[in-house]
Each structure stands twice: as C-alpha cells, then as structure tokens.
Design a binder for this molecule. Sequence first.
Ligand code: IVH
Length: 670
Amino acid sequence: MAARATARQIEKLREEIRRHDELYYVENSPEISDREYDQLLEDLQKLEQQHPELITPDSPTQRVGGRPAEGFPEVVHTRQMLSLDNSYNIDELRAFDDRCRRLAEGRSLEYVAELKIDGLSLSLQYEDGVLARGVTRGDGRIGEDVTQNARTIRSVPLRLKAQKKSIDAPLEVRGEVFIPREVFERTNAEREELGEPRFANPRNAAAGAIRQLDSRLVARRRLDMFAYDLLVNGRKPFPTHWESLDWLESAGFRVNPHRKLCQTIDEVIHFADEKEALRDDLGYEIDGLVVKVNSTSLQDEFGATQKAPRWAIAYKYPARQASTRVLNIIVSVGRTGALTPVAMLEPVFLAGTTVARATLHNEDEIRRLGVKIGDWVLIEKSGEIIPKVLSVVTSKRTGEELDFEPPENCPVCGGLISRPEGEVVARCVAADCQAQLMGRLLHFASRRAMRIEGLGEALAEQLVAAKLVKDVGDLYSLTLDQVAALARMAKKSAANLLSQIEASKSRDLTNLIYALGIRHVGERTAGILAHELGSLERLASASVEELDAIPEIGLTVAESVRDWFDDEGNLALCDRLRAAGVKTETDRRSSTQVDERFAGKQFVLTGTLTSFTRDEARALIEARGGRVNSSVSKKTNYVVAGEAAGSKLDKAQSLGVTVLDEATFKTMLD
Ligand code: IVH
C-alpha cells in the first residue's frame, strides 16, 4: 500500500476508534460490540506495527500500555491541588453560605452543586491539544507522573476535540479517577480466585491501579474519570465554573451529569437530598457533594486557606459505617458449593436499612480480621454490595468472645468439604447438596439469566424441599397441581409461575449459557460464547483449543467450559432443556417478538434513567425490533429523556421529535 494511503487509513481507523470511545465512555451509548471495537484496535495496531514512523502519542493504541516504568518521577504542580473543607450537616452548609455571602458583600452569588466522587484526583496536562502528562495529587504540591497509566483511561481524551471556543494555550484538566463498582466487584472476585487479598473499597482499588507500574495491568482495571476543573496557565479561563464544565464536556471529557446551578443554599440542600436517594444506583461510589461558588472572579477574591479554597465546600453524606456486635458466625453455601462465613449481627440501622448480616468472605479473612463471636465490629455498607466487616473493636473485648470453628462438613448436607492448595475458598463437593441446588435455581431464574419472575428464595426452598425440583431442568415439567399444592400458593400465582417458566424458554442463548452457572462464565463471557458458537450443541462439543482460540476467552474459561460439558449429568440436563423446548440457538431477531410501536423505529436515549441502565433500555428496545442511535436527527422517532437530559433533548424539541419521559417509555414497554 502506498505510504499516503496507509497514513490515511490509519487516521481513519483512529477517528473511528475515538468516536466509539466517546460513545462508550462519555455518552454511555455504544454502537458496536466490544469484540468489534477490539477488532478495530487490532487492525490499527497491525498497521502501526508495519509503519512505526506513523505512530503518534495520541493514537488510541497508546492507551493499551507500555513496558513497566521505573517508579514514577515526581512533578511539581503548577497550581497547588488543594483539598476541601468538609461539612456534615445542613447547619454547617448554611454557615458556609453565610460566609460566602459576607465575602460577596451583597453581590449576587450562585453555586454549582456536583457529586463528590469517591476516588482520587488526577491532573492532566494538554499541549497543543494533546495529552502530555498525567500527575497524581501526591501531597498537593508534588505529585507523581503517571502519564502512561492515565492514557489507559478510556474517558481521558488523548486529544481534545476541536470546538467553537478553542483554547490554544497549554491547559490542565483536573478530575476524579474512580473504578466502577461492578469492575471493583469483579476485580475482587478474581483476586479471591487467585488467592490474593481483596481491596477494601473501590477507592483503594483505583489508587492501587493508577500507581501500578505495569500499565498493561492498569488497563485491565478499567479506570474511569469525571473531569471537574479546567485551568489555563494556572488560571480559570471562563467567567463561571459552569462554563468550564460545559467546555470540558464538549472537549470530550466525561463530566458528571448530576450537577446543578443553584441560586440559593436551599436549592443546594434539595439537590443533596435528591442525589442521596440515587446513591445506590449510580454504579460508582460518591461520598457527598461539592458545592462551589460559580463566579471565577469571586473565587479569586475569596482565595484559599493553607489547605482548602474558601469558595468551595464538601457536604458529606452520613457515614455508611456503624459498629455492632457479632452474635454468631454461620456458614452459607453458594451454588458452586463455595462456603462463605457470614457474621450474624445485632441489627443496626445503617444508610436507610437495617443490617443484620455481614459477609466475612472466607476463613482467611476471618483470620486477617481476627474476629470472634461476641466481638464488637465496625461494618460498612456500600452500594448494593452486602455489608462487610471492616475491623474489630478490640477495646470492647470482655474475654468471653469465642473463636470461630470452621465446619468439617457442609453445614447444609453434611457432605465433604474440599479446599485445594492455594485456593482461599472451601467448597462442598457433594453432588446432591440442597443449598447448592437452591443457589443454582435462584441463579437460573435470576433477571440476567432466564428471568423467571416470582421464583424467589421462599419458593425455591419449597420446590426443593418438596423434591419437585432436583435440578433446573425439572422446572419445565412442573404442573399446575403440583405448584398449587405448595403451602401459601394460590392457584393464580401458581399459574403465573408456570407462564413465567414457559416464557423463559425463549430467552437468548447468552442468557441460557449464563444461567447454567458454569464457573468463570459471567454474562459477558456467555455473550461471547453465544455469539461465536451460535448454539448450545456447538458449545458442548467445542474443544479446549477451539474455545481458547476465541478472542477474549482464556484458558481458564476454556477448561472450565469443557469440564462442565464433560460431566454426563450436565449433558443430560442440556438434553432435557432442549426437549422441554428451551431455545438453544442464537436467534437475535425473532419475528414473533416484533412490536409495532418499536419495530424499525429509531430511538435516542439521553439523561439518566432511574429504572434501568442505558444498556438495559437499549436491550429492551432492540428486543422489540427498535434501534438505538447516539445522536438525534430528523429520522429519530423517539427521544427517551431521563433526568438531567441535556443537548439531545433540546435538539429533539427543535426538530419536533417525540420526547418520551421515563414513565411513558415504561408504559410503552409494558
Ligand atoms: S473540586 C479546590 N469537585 O474531593 C477544589 N473535588 O476532599 C478541589 N473530589 O481532592 C476539588 N469529586 O479529589 C472537586 N466534583 C468534585 C469532586 C472532588 C471528588 C475530590 C477531590 C479532592 C477531594 C477533596
């Protein structure tokens, strides 16, 4: 290929990848699958390898990470990275407002209220619009140069997008780096499997990742960043902070959508309450709000103390920690037979709910904490994660506390327990353990698997106890009489359950593969396997080599899948599922699913929906034959506008496109 043509092709690929990065990481509405994305990146990598002279520092391939660095050089911040003063209640927030109003001497005052993301701050320097350096906060004056790691954060633009108000001078963007809750959970699960200690919280995981020397490992941690400040030559370039945030957004940064321009402190307080209710649904941790004076000239006038600016304050949400007593330590058995010790607690009220149990993860964790039955402990609840024990309050010991004795046999079925060398998790290995069966049933019926609504813990327990269900395949031969005969089961609910079970037969192959509960096969892996192999039969007969050759499928998964299908009982289960009419092939656009209101219609999602994530909303639309696009045009049929919808909503209104609020959209789905 002629050099010019290659250069053009490389640039085209880069542009395409940048566009998808933005759709994925900033707009949260991807247009292609991860696989297709990786393919683009791989194509680019190949071309660049053939023409290393064409590699530029802003190429998306540069995110993937280079060789381990030799420790991190220190960098002096151009302008000190200050901390914030904290306020813990409304009175303290009002006192801040009083102080600001006094300093403003009667001039009008606006505040910007933002979420306080629980991560670590990072400063990014751009020269000629290209990311030149990423520096941690360090002690506020001197930080560490983590440029190579900052590049792995997909929501950090390697090159700024051109825009109307262009800024030519070198500029600095500050923001908060964090790890999404889901990635945090996955990382900890992986670490546990590898026998490594768990991270205590997402902030530690993110801090550990950004200071990790090998940036290839950082890339795996899927860090993300919300930008919250812009400096040019150490100064704020716009008259207001609000304009800086808008500028950052249009330059390609991810700016948190939950922000509000407030005229009064009461508006700030209202915003704080509103967002506190959202806390569990955000997908990342926040620990409060940051309230900032909007006018940059007032900010300059107010100045700062040694530690923090006078024009901003953090408003911290109540701690999600509490202390209570451990009444007992029991051991629960999961669907894979994994034994998890659980602390039964004297109930305490914590962040909106009463907590009576906290996970202790495994025996090693009990040893690490040194927790005994009868101890006072500090517990923490974060997001929807099961509360956990942080530490033991040893000063409250009386000497009457009892050591926890790990069980010698499965506490449910009495079967043998195995804990292979090097693994932290002990498992019950009995094939007929009822606790495992319960776990498998609940997993099979769960929302992301076969979505059998109404099959919850109580019912699963009854079905197992009545011996009506000995494996998940038995669900499909249940009769109305059998179900209706269970205690507390009316005929109508029995019929509902059966129709739910019937409906589950037509779930996607991805759901089915995930529902089988094969070790190491999560939802995403199930999706890749379904897409690559197309049917359960093909999956069942694939060799380890064949599976391992699939991009993104590693040897551990390949072997685990092979092991599962080598088991005769599992194979027989697959046959029974098929015989019962469960769909075992991919068939993404089944004609029976077409819904007139959705089929062929173009949707755009904007703002934050409260009942589902964007991905879920997209899946619901696509399952009904609709399409989801990222931008609004005349061809758009509907814009679904959630909370804090921005420019897309404006555009829809100016083009006369129908706008659905979340409630209307939900009715349409029903
Ligand atoms: S503004 C001088 N905005 O909170 C103003 N900080 O406790 C400095 N943080 O070091 C920060 N979300 O790492 C600001 N929306 C936000 C923030 C935020 C999280 C962090 C930041 C800062 C710490 C202070």
